[in-house]
Design a binder for this molecule. Structure first.
Ligand code: NAD
Length: 259
């Protein structure tokens, strides 16, 4: 299917690895010129070179911490006004809810709520003016079903979800859609860190924790960044213009609800 977005521009945050990289690769495969952001220049440049070689699109890079005002300004200065914004950042550290400090909460809110909101504020009016825009926020299945060791994520991402629910409707008549993609368990560095934390918290070996996690997923496997990216590209396509304000779970059937 032609996604109808070739020649568009996208800002993809936290995209040198994992799910953000999957989104950047899938958008580039559709002919979208991408600006990718991550903190470590070497990894970022390696990813950019691979995307250029595979797709031939223009790939710009910004090595910065997207959760800071300076980082966001640098990213926007390089990419200009994007047609597509994919919001993403590292997830908060796991831990026992009793141990969360004010600083830990502030960092989680900056990364997983206030940064995506700031980038939406900075880009949405340009999209409205051009009559086309796609904003996808990578959140987490923890928004629908809390994960015990990820209280900071459960809380901060729910704040973003509430904000998006309102704004998506306010701009829905302008050609701009805003949706959230909720990953379940995907085979990235992040899932490994979560499994190790759950192993420590439960006293069970990591392999056992991993097997139990896999057994809890009807698909009996972790998702891939490519699968995630392709779903993102569809949400960014011309065909998804009537989908907005939604929270899409991509979790191999793990969430047990009917709706
Ligand atoms: P990952 O660790 O594989 O990749 C994270 C990417 O983000 C890397 O490119 C890293 O350089 C970049 N990054 C991290 N913090 C950044 C910052 N402050 N500024 C700029 N770049 C930054 O992680 P992932 O598995 O791809 O997860 C992406 C997001 O999805 C995270 O917020 C994670 O919590 C969430 N999530 C992941 C899963 C999963 O199973 N992998 C499940 C639910 C939610």
């Amino acid at each position: 299917m032609d996604m109808g977005i070739a020649g568009r521009s996208a800002l993809v945050c936290a995209a040198s690895k994992g799910l953000g990289r999957g989104c950047a690769e899938a958008l580039a495969a559709e002919g979208v010129n991408v600006t990718i952001v991550a903190r470590t220049a070497a990894t970022l440049e390696e990813t950019a070179a691979q995307i250029r070689a595979n797709t031939g699109v223009e790939v710009k890079t910004v090595a910065c911490d997207i959760t800071t005002a300076e980082g966001r300004a640098a990213a926007l200065a390089v990419c200009g006004q994007p047609d597509i914004l994919v919001n993403n950042a590292g997830g908060p550290p796991p831990g026992d809810f009793r141990s969360y400090t004010h600083e830990a909460w502030t960092a989680a809110l900056e990364a997983n709520m206030l940064t995506p909101i700031a980038l939406i504020q900075a880009t949405v009016d340009g999209m409205i003016a051009r009559g086309f825009g796609r904003i996808v926020n990578i959140t987490s299945s923890s928004v629908k079903a809390p994960i015990d060791v990820l209280g900071l994520s459960n809380g901060a991402r729910s704040g973003l979800t509430g904000f998006v629910a309102g704004v998506a409707r306010q701009v829905a008549a302008t050609g701009v859609t805003i949706n959230n993609l909720l990953p379940g368990a995907f085979d990235t560095d992040r899932i490994q860190a979560t499994l190790v934390a759950q192993s420590r918290a439960s006293g069970r070996p990591v392999d056992e924790v991993r097997e139990r996690r896999l057994a809890s997923i009807p698909a009996r496997r972790f998702g891939t960044s490519d699968e995630f990216g392709r779903a993102c590209a569809f949400l960014c396509s011309v065909h998804a213009g009537y989908i907005t304000g939604q929270n899409w779970l991509i979790d191999g059937g793990a969430f047990p609800g009917t709706y």
